[in-house]
Design a protein around this ligand. Structure first.
Ligand SMILES: [Mg+2]
Length: 107
């Protein structure tokens, strides 16, 4: 009997999508997000959530029934954007914490 997908497989699949998107953007823009602060990254995250919301709120019955491959690809792409910006924010605060700890260690 097929049960629900194990979370590990879902996480691995999403990580793969996230990495592919990062590679795509890196070719075009490098890692410019590393220069952005948490407020700008949060603004971008909200933009991406908005893009995902527009897709979902505009979904047709055929979209929801999985009969539109383009729709599902677009939704996964927007979910990946959201996940990447959330990850960037986590990275910014973790790098700041690491930097602060190094400063304290130097006292
Ligand atoms: Mg997007």
């Amino acid at each position: 009997m097929a049960g629900p997908a194990r979370p590990g497989k879902l996480v691995a699949a999403m990580a793969s999508e996230m990495q592919a998107m990062l590679n795509e953007h890196e070719e075009k823009k490098g890692e410019g997000w590393k220069e952005d602060g948490h407020a700008e990254l949060y603004r971008r995250l909200c933009e991406e959530v908005g893009e995902l919301g527009e897709l979902l709120m505009g979904a047709t019955d055929a979209n929801i029934a999985g009969q539109d491959n383009e729709f599902s690809c677009d939704v996964v792409r927007e979910c990946t954007d959201v996940a990447n910006f959330a990850m960037f924010i986590a990275d910014v605060v973790l790098r700041a914490r690491s930097h602060a700890r190094k400063g304290l260690d130097g006292l």
